[in-house]
Ligand binder design. Structure first.
Ligand SMILES: C[S@@+](CC[C@H](N)C(=O)[O-])C[C@H]1O[C@@H](n2cnc3c(N)ncnc32)[C@H](O)[C@@H]1O
Length: 291
């Protein structure tokens, strides 16, 4: 279905997609999208989308709309909603929607922060009319708090067995230098830990968590969930919460020593270095200060 020209470009439906996961990005133009995914990720999505047969999809993190267009081409959805805090959609996406006649199928919402739960609920109510969603893809901030806020809002609206994908969770551990690595942001890994613990503690809520490289796929269980009050932080119990609390930050090593298994990490800064950047909890806020 996708006609690959080389490892960095393919065509589908007479539209060209250039894979630019990091660097060499360009402004997408009608007929030529800049897609922020590597070939391996595109192939993973192709398999996943065929397997899931998703008809109602929400994407968070539109960028130029390349991934939304690609998902629409592969799945032929009933409804695909894509959301971004950017102020306007790209001309490339607007052109794609118009020329494919997808005005009633693909809806692009701009100026929406993924942490704005009230706005997300309004959008879902307007677009899905109470029908459950099959698939959510979060490729937006990759930061813990906004990612959790979006998850709390959208996960309960998935159907039982529906899939929730979070991209690029592993940025704190990879050699690819993204803008986050220069900040003190808490690694998104912390949120993945929460999901794994929720899967163990309440499997009827989170029935599975699968990690495929830098993509994590969470499967919704069959439990009834309150879309207005759901909070994954309540899904792993006190022992799970205690595991996320770190009374003292792990000190930065004064000089690099041979660490057991250090050669297995491909990052220039090992995970112990990133852990040291997790903010220290204050006594009053306890474990929640960390997550
Ligand atoms: C990695 S890009 C998305 C790439 C796109 N999905 C693709 O594959 O081509 C991340 C996008 O998320 C948006 N974003 C970042 N933080 C956000 C937030 N807090 N709320 C909404 N959108 C956000 C950015 O504006 C950017 O367009």
């Amino acid at each position: 279905m996708l006609a690959w020209r080389d490892d960095e470009s393919f065509e589908i439906g007479a539209i060209e997609y250039a894979c630019r996961p990091t660097g060499r990005r360009f402004r997408s133009e009608p007929g030529h999208f800049c897609l922020l995914k590597a070939r391996g990720e595109v192939e993973q999505y192709e398999q996943l989308l065929h397997h899931l047969e998703s008809k109602r999809i929400v994407e968070v993190g539109t960028y130029d709309g390349a991934s939304a267009a690609l998902f629409a081409e592969i799945t032929q959805p009933e409804k695909l909603v894509t959301i971004d805090r950017r102020s306007t959609p790209s001309e490339a996406l607007t052109h794609f929607i118009a020329t494919r006649g997808l005005g009633k199928t693909v809806s692009a919402y701009c100026g929406v922060d993924q942490a704005n739960a009230r706005r997300l609920r309004e959008i879902l109510d307007a677009e899905f009319d109470g029908e459950p969603i099959d698939l959510v893809v979060d490729d937006a901030s990759h930061l813990v708090e906004p990612t959790r806020a979006t998850f709390n809002c959208l996960f309960p609206r998935l159907r039982a067995g529906g899939a929730y994908v979070i991209e690029d969770w592993s940025w704190a551990h990879t050699a690819t230098v993204g803008p986050w690595l220069t900040t003190d942001e808490t690694p998104l890994t912390v949120f993945v830990f929460e999901l794994v613990m929720a899967c163990a503690h309440l499997p009827k809520v989170v029935s599975n968590v699968n990690v495929f490289g830098n993509i994590v796929l969470i499967t919704r269980g069959a439990a009834d969930l309150d879309p207005a009050g759901f909070d994954v932080s309540n899904c792993y119990g006190a022992r799970g919460g205690a595991l996320l609390a770190r009374p003292e930050p792990i000190p930065m090593p004064s000089r690099r020593r041979a660490q057991p298994g250090a050669d297995l990490h491909h990052a220039t800064s090992g995970p112990w270095v990133m852990a040291a950047r997790i903010p220290r909890p204050d006594a009053a806020s306890g474990a929640r200060a960390l997550i």
